[in-house]
Design a protein around this ligand. Structure first.
Ligand code: F3S
Length: 466
C-alpha cells in the first residue's frame, strides 16, 4: 500500500499515476523543442520582462511555462474569485509556503478575495486523544504559518475553509463563462459542469500564481474544443442511480475525458437547490475515482441544455450504465480495514462538504431512525461535515433537529474527513462513509445510506452488509 507525504495511507486512488490533473489527456501534453511562443499582451510582457518586480516575473514565467506544455497560445483574465486547495500547513508543502512567503513579502495579493479547502482537523467537533494530539501537532506544525500567509495574500475571511465554496451560503459562486484557475478537483468539477464556468484541473501552487496574476493559460477546459465530449454515457438504470456510484463508474471508465451523460433528465429537472447536492457528489466521484474536470448532462447542465448533442465529438465512445453495471462497480470496492470484519468505529457523512439540503435530509433521517428505534444515543460516533456557513444555516433552519442530533451525539465538524483519515494516527481507524472520494483516498469503506443509517442507530451494519 502506498504511503503519502503525511505518513497516512492512500486507499485505491487510481488516478495518481494515470492523470495529468489538468483536465487534458496525457496524450496531448507535449514538450516541444523549441517551445511554442505564447503571445502576451504588452502589460503581460512587462511583467514577463521583470518590469513589475522579480517575484511577479517568476510567477508569470511559471504560469507561461505551464501553459506552453499544453499548447496554450495566450493568457486570459480570470473572473469570479479564486479557490485554493492547500489547506494544511506541514513540511510536505514547504516549497509552497516558501513561495507564499515571497509573494507576501512582495506585497502581492490575489485578484479577488479567495476561499480555501477545509482544514485537516477540527479540534472542537472532532477531537483526538491527547496522545494523538501530539502527533497531529507535529504533522501540521505549520498551520499557523499557512493561515497567516493566506490572510496576507487575500483570503476572504478566516472562516472560509470549505471545498464546497460555490454553495450560496459560502458565496464563492462563479458565473457561467467565468475563467478560473482552481485546484480542488470537486469544486473544479462543479464549477465547470453545473455552473458552466471554465477552469482546468490546476495543481496547487499554480492556482496561487494564477490568482496573484489574475490570469491563466488558455488550454483544455478553458476552450470550446476542450469542452467537447468524447464519451456518451447512456444511463439505463431503473431508478435514479446513487450519485456516488454513477460518478464512480464514469470516473473509472473515462479517467479524465469529458463525457456527455444522457438518461438523467428523467430524474433531475436542472441545476437548482434540490439537485446541487446530487451533482456535487456525482462530480466529486468522477473527479476522484477518475480525474474528470467536466461532464455534461443532457437537459440538466447549462452547456448541455444550450448545445445538446452538438457537444459530442465525432467518433465518440459509448458506455452504458445499468443496474448490473453499478452492482459490479460496488462489488469491486476493496475492504482496506486492517481488521476486515471489524465493527465500524466512526461514520463520516459529507465529502465534499454537505449542502444545506443534504445536512437537513441526513439530520431528519437520523432523527426519524432514532425515534423509530426508541434510542437516545447513537450507536457509533457520527459526523456530518460542512462549512461553518452551512452548519450555522442548518442550525438556524432546523433548531429542533439540530438539538436532538446534539443530544444523540452527532457532531458537525468543519474540517476535511479525508485529511483527518490520512493523518498517521487516525489512518488505522475503521471509518464508514457515504463518500466515494473519502473511500478512494483513505482506507474508509463506502456504504449506502440505509446501511449507514442502521449503523448510526445500532452501532452495527445490517445483516448481509459486511
Ligand atoms: Fe472536500 Fe476534503 Fe472531500 S476537501 S471533497 S471534504 S476530500
Amino acid at each position: 500500500m502506498k504511503q503519502h507525504q503525511l505518513g497516512g495511507q492512500i486507499g485505491t486512488d487510481p488516478n495518481v499515476t494515470h492523470a495529468t490533473h489538468t483536465g487534458h489527456s496525457k496524450a496531448d501534453a507535449k514538450h516541444t523543442d523549441p517551445q511554442p511562443t505564447m503571445t502576451l499582451t504588452p502589460a503581460e510582457q512587462d511583467i514577463y520582462d521583470g518590469k513589475k518586480g522579480d517575484i511577479l516575473q517568476k510567477a508569470i514565467k511559471t504560469v507561461v511555462a505551464y501553459g506552453q506544455l499544453f499548447g496554450a497560445q495566450r493568457l486570459v483574465d480570470l473572473g469570479g474569485a479564486p479557490h485554493h486547495a492547500v489547506s494544511w500547513g506541514s513540511d510536505g508543502v514547504e516549497p509552497l509556503l516558501v513561495i507564499y512567503q515571497q509573494l507576501a513579502d512582495a506585497g502581492l495579493e490575489t485578484y479577488a478575495p479567495f476561499t480555501a479547502d477545509p482544514k485537516p482537523m477540527d479540534p472542537e467537533n472532532l477531537p483526538v486523544t491527547p496522545e494523538e494530539q501530539s502527533t497531529v501537532d507535529k504533522v501540521y506544525d505549520r498551520m499557523d504559518e499557512l493561515e497567516r500567509l493566506n490572510m496576507k495574500l487575500g483570503m476572504r475571511n478566516k472562516n472560509d475553509w470549505s471545498c464546497a465554496c460555490y454553495l450560496p451560503e459560502m458565496g464563492n459562486t462563479p458565473k457561467r463563462g467565468d475563467y478560473l484557475a482552481w485546484s480542488e478537483s470537486s469544486a473544479i468539477n462543479y464549477a465547470n459542469s453545473a455552473l458552466g464556468a471554465r477552469t482546468n484541473r490546476n495543481s496547487m501552487g499554480i492556482d496561487m500564481l494564477c490568482s496573484i496574476l489574475g490570469k491563466a493559460p488558455v488550454f483544455g477546459l478553458l476552450t470550446d474544443e476542450g469542452r467537447q465530449a468524447v464519451w456518451l454515457i447512456d444511463v439505463k438504470t431503473t431508478k435514479i442511480p446513487h450519485p456516488e456510484m454513477l460518478g464512480s463508474a464514469i470516473g473509472l471508465k473515462v479517467m479524465e475525458d469529458v463525457s456527455y451523460i444522457v438518461g438523467m433528465d428523467r430524474f433531475l429537472p436542472g441545476v437548482n437547490e434540490q439537485t446541487s447536492g446530487y451533482l456535487k457528489d456525482l462530480g466529486a466521484a468522477t473527479a476522484s475515482n477518475g480525474a474528470v474536470g467536466l461532464y455534461h448532462m443532457e437537459g440538466v447542465t447549462p452547456e448541455a441544455v444550450e448545445k445538446g448533442r452538438g457537444l459530442l465529438n465525432d467518433g465518440y465512445q459509448t458506455y452504458v450504465i445499468d443496474d448490473a453495471e453499478l452492482k459490479r462497480i460496488y462489488a469491486s470496492y476493496p475492504d482496506l480495514w486492517k481488521d476486515e470484519h471489524g465493527t465500524p468505529q466512526r461514520v463520516f457523512l459529507g465529502c465534499p462538504h454537505m449542502t444545506l439540503g443534504q445536512m437537513t435530509d441526513w439530520g431528519q433521517r437520523i432523527v426519524d431512525a432514532m425515534e423509530a428505534a426508541g434510542k437516545t444515543k447513537i450507536g457509533v460516533p457520527t459526523y456530518m461535515f460542512g462549512s461553518i456557513y452551512i452548519k450555522d444555516a442548518f442550525e438556524k433552519k432546523n433548531p429542533e433537529v439540530a438539538k436532538k442530533l446534539k443530544e444523540y451525539g452527532v457532531s458537525i465538524p468543519v474540517n476535511c474527513p479525508m485529511m483527518w483519515c490520512s493523518t498517521p494516527v487516525e489512518g488505522a481507524e475503521r471509518v464508514a462513509t457515504n463518500s466515494n472520494k473519502t473511500r478512494v483516498y483513505t482506507t474508509a469503506r463506502f456504504f449506502f445510506d440505509d446501511a449507514l443509517t442502521e449503523l448510526i442507530v445500532t452501532g452495527k451494519l445490517p445483516d448481509g452488509v459486511a
